[in-house]
Design a protein around this ligand. Sequence first.
Ligand code: SF4
Length: 258
Amino acid sequence: MKSKPGVFQRSLFGGESVPGQGTLFDGLTPVTDPGARRLPEQQETTGCKPDLGQELSRDLEAKAPAGDRFAGIDDLALLRQLVLKCRQCSLRQGARGVVFGEGNPEAEIMFVGEGPGKTEDEMGRPFVGRAGQLLDLMLKSHGFSREETFIANIVKCRPPGNRLPSPDEVQACLPNLMAQIRIIRPKIIVALGALASQTLINPGLRVTRDRGKWFEKDGISYLVTFHPAAVLRDERNKRRLIWEDFLSLKQKHAELCR
Ligand code: SF4
């Protein structure tokens, strides 16, 4: 059962408020604001998919890392079965299992984070801890549902102690994510945090400098924003910024999927 918004917000942000600014969702009236609901023309989730077609698949396959072990697979359920058995790097040894990701196999919007945390590892699902609760609330507040998107991570096994995945671990896991992107063919990918932004878009990106910016690559529009966990750690400086980024996401989605 869902909490009332006020209770949820206080719980999520530890009851702290910022003088003169309140808590993250004060004044946002996210879920009950009729203006925040999806417009009728946005409710058709497959409306903007066809123009991607085979061209994007070919582009992504061409840019996939050499030796992409999933290059010929075009079924997400089959890919999931294979990835769940993956032992391509040592992260698997310290994790309970592989967190494949979840959501709509035909999602127009895909979110990519860093890697599973403790709760995600325990539950086998991405973004289900406090950061995931914030992501869910941000989605709902902007007229999206979690179920219509696809949520994944750069690495799919929990790094010990939630450390940053090493470059080797990222490279080992990247074919899994590239195959997901190739099969789902999202119109938009939201890179949550530095690792996702630098891995998917450009190694030189800095989230504090580049958040809110859009990048076009391989027929996909990429948005850089904070990882929700970073917002929870620094609500004072990041809360309004991630809200602005989700407004930008809503606007871009309306443009692309009209
Ligand atoms: S982190 Fe990725 S590459 Fe490493 S074992 Fe898990 S699924 Fe395989």
